[in-house]
Ligand binder design. Structure first.
Ligand code: GLP
Length: 249
């Protein structure tokens, strides 16, 4: 795992945006695996700036998002479809039909999960998969559990995730209890994986992801088995890794 240390959130965002931009420069029709959460907002802003400056186009890009809350409509302001439109898609030239987010309102969630996994065949290998990190080490909405779940699935969110995400809702009671998430198999099949992390509340999860055992109780730890992972994290998020003396760039 390549680890890039940045001073703060702004530097983390710039460094991570440059890695995604480089992918699109090199391959105009790249498949980008995208993520939500507060951490990637800054890097999406940087990508929008590059687009507005005329140095980057997403016209031929396809995107595949990791997850969606079950039961939220795409127009709900806390749905991940809404998040992506608001924070990226509405501001760049990606074609709407080339963007993919699980349908949280699907009448048959199991069929929706199968449809989502089939995207890997339709779109081909994801060139770069962006990941944030849950405080409990989740990636997408792959929560800690007894096994790594390979396929796209409906997941019961853990109390820790409901608590962490309650800040975006009027109250904790409004946080959906379930989500549809891409499984570990699709995530791990990406050519390259880019993890972003910022702040001390991620330090423990980052440490376990980098230095801990590969353990489904820390879903991000599976990334130790991927050959091409870059972690871009600020000093606060890296604090425990740095204390352990792990070499970073
Ligand atoms: C949600 C998303 C994850 C994201 C996590 C962390 O749970 N499903 O993909 O990584 O939040 O979010 P934040 O970046 O706001 O800490």
């Amino acid at each position: 795992m390549r680890i890039i240390r940045t001073k703060n959130y702004e530097e983390m965002s710039r460094a991570a945006a440059n890695i995604i931009a480089a992918q699109v420069y090199l391959k105009h029709n790249a498949v980008l695996g995208l993520a939500t959460g507060s951490t990637p907002i800054g890097l999406y802003k940087d990508l929008i700036e590059k687009y507005e400056a005329g140095v980057l186009s997403f016209a031929e890009v396809h995107t595949v998002n990791l997850d969606e809350y079950k039961g939220l409509a795409p127009t709900h302001d806390q749905s991940y479809r809404y998040f992506m439109q608001h924070n990226l898609f509405d501001h760049i030239d990606v074609k709407p039909e080339n963007t993919n987010v699980p349908d949280g309102l699907a009448a048959d969630p199991a069929a929706e999960c199968r449809r989502y996994d089939d995207l890997r065949e339709t779109l081909g290998q994801t060139d770069i998969q962006l990941l944030g990190l849950g405080r409990n080490g989740h990636i997408g909405f792959n929560e800690p559990g007894p096994i790594f779940v390979k396929h796209t699935h409906v997941v019961d969110l853990t109390p820790s995730t409901i608590d962490a995400n309650a800040r975006f809702f009027a109250s904790e009671a409004d946080v959906p209890r379930q989500a549809i998430t891409m499984g570990i198999g699709y995530i791990m099949s990406a050519h390259q994986i880019l993890v972003v992390a910022s702040g001390t509340d991620k330090a423990d999860a980052v440490y376990k992801m980098v230095c801990g055992d590969v353990d489904p109780q820390v879903p991000a730890s599976i990334l130790q088995l991927h050959a091409n992972v870059t972690l871009v994290a600020d000093e606060a998020a890296l604090s425990k890794v740095l204390e352990a003396g792990v070499p970073v760039c």
